[in-house]
Design a protein around this ligand. Sequence first.
Ligand SMILES: [Zn+2]
Length: 205
Amino acid sequence: MNSVVEHLAMLLRKMPGVGFKRAREMAEYMLKESPTYRKELIEAIEALDNVKLCTECFYYAEPGKDLCHICSDESRDKSVICVVEDTESVDRIEETGAYRGLYHVLWGIVDMKRGKMPDSEKIEKLMERLARDEVKEVILAMSATTEGEITADYIAEEIRDRGIDVRITTLARGISVGTEITFASPETLARAIEGRVEVDDDKGY
Ligand SMILES: [Zn+2]
């Protein structure tokens, strides 16, 4: 392979779900495309430097602000925090209209293949938020996958270990095991939020 294409493919391969074959295809696709497309792509990537995350929940901050549109909305219920693995989960739950509390975006969960834990900065901020007086409940709304459950277990344990007094709940199993939140229909998701259940103290999640 050409060394320039190979270098690009190597960078693309770092992305989740992109293997060597796919990375090479993507690099070669860009090579075939017009210089205009490549310039636009470069500019779009560079513009990511200006994207800021909410300093409270790590969803996207409003342009020029520290907070996102949800955290800065005074009408939201500040006694409930829903922990999700990605920003798409926030969008999906918002679509249901069934939830009026706040969020906390982890930007990834336990990754067993790569032996990675959730980002400690996000976990520490979550613990700080949960320790506040006004917070009464945390909903662990990770995907109903093994890795999602391990992540929920881990967070529940952290909360208990630190003696933080908050009700820990999880989505009702309207979502079948293996279905990621982002694939659930708005109706199913709304039912799962409304029918949320207490996390068992002994079994964890
Ligand atoms: Zn926020």
